[in-house]
Design a protein around this ligand. Structure first.
Ligand SMILES: [Zn+2]
Ligand SMILES: [Zn+2]
Ligand SMILES: [Zn+2]
Length: 251
């Protein structure tokens, strides 16, 4: 099973519209440094699932014959914006798995088109999505009802935590029990005060608590990107700054 990160930026993305900072200027001239809104895909031998759908160009290139479902962490616009176009697709209903949030985002639930939002998940209850993929929703702290996910393959697990402003003890225990090889975590801000998202110092702290071999940082804002241009992370292989297009395997 292959997981591909399609969007590793926060809501403003990088480059931020009109911003002339170093990180945004670099991203304008070098596509490799662009960061699009939160989106990922998980490819199994039978098809693929989207994990969050913040990119607004999904309908241009996600093959409708291979799309088996969409898993959402929460209903903030930068995680669901791509669904506003996809929903009018001329395709069979696409199951959407997400947290219990009756409000959803704008009119997605009342005008759902081909998207079937009835597949609400329950915290800590594993849901088998295919022979190769089971997801376990873990509630995490954020400004809206939000699930992180343990993504279980046949032998390995990866944990996806975007967006995140901390993790309570029950979710922490659930994540640790899965012994993930990689934890992908919201790291929107440089070290210092932060609201609703993690800053770099808190992400590092979380890494120490979780004790997973690898931590990937995602949901990155331009202030953190500028910080990392001056003070790169220690190259000890423990913490990796994710990039759009980065892939990892889950056996
Ligand atoms: Zn900028
Ligand atoms: Zn959010
Ligand atoms: Zn977000």
């Amino acid at each position: 099973m292959l997981m591909r990160l399609l969007g590793t930026g926060n809501a403003p993305q990088i480059p931020v519209y009109g911003c002339r900072c170093r990180a945004c200027s670099r991203a304008r001239v070098d596509e490799n440094f662009r960061r699009r809104p939160a989106s990922a895909e998980i490819q199994t031998s039978q098809g693929r699932f989207l994990l969050d759908a913040g990119r607004t160009d999904l309908a241009d290139w996600v093959d409708p014959t291979s799309l088996q479902g969409i898993v959402l962490t929460h209903y903030h616009m930068d995680h669901v914006a791509g669904l506003f176009h996809l929903r009018w697709g001329a395709v069979d209903p696409i199951p959407v798995f997400g947290p219990p949030d009756p409000q959803g985002c704008d009119d997605l639930h009342t005008h759902s088109g081909c998207l079937d939002f009835s597949h609400t998940l329950t915290a800590y209850e594993p849901r088998v999505l295919s022979d190769e993929l089971t997801v376990i929703p873990v509630p995490i702290k954020h400004s809206k009802m939000t699930f992180g996910y343990v993504l279980k393959g046949r032998r390995e697990s990866v944990v996806y935590l975007s967006d995140c402003d901390g993790i309570g003890p029950e979710s922490m225990a659930c994540i640790q029990a899965a012994e993930p090889k990689v934890v992908i975590v919201d790291c929107t801000y440089p070290p210092g005060p932060a609201r609703n998202h993690l800053s770099l110092d808190r992400a590092v702290e979380l890494h120490r608590e979780l004790k997973a071999p690898w931590l990937y940082l995602t949901h990155i804002g331009h202030d953190l990107e500028n910080h990392l241009m001056d003070q790169p992370l220690p190259a000890d292989g423990q913490i990796i700054v994710a990039r759009d297009g980065m892939t990892l395997t889950i056996d």
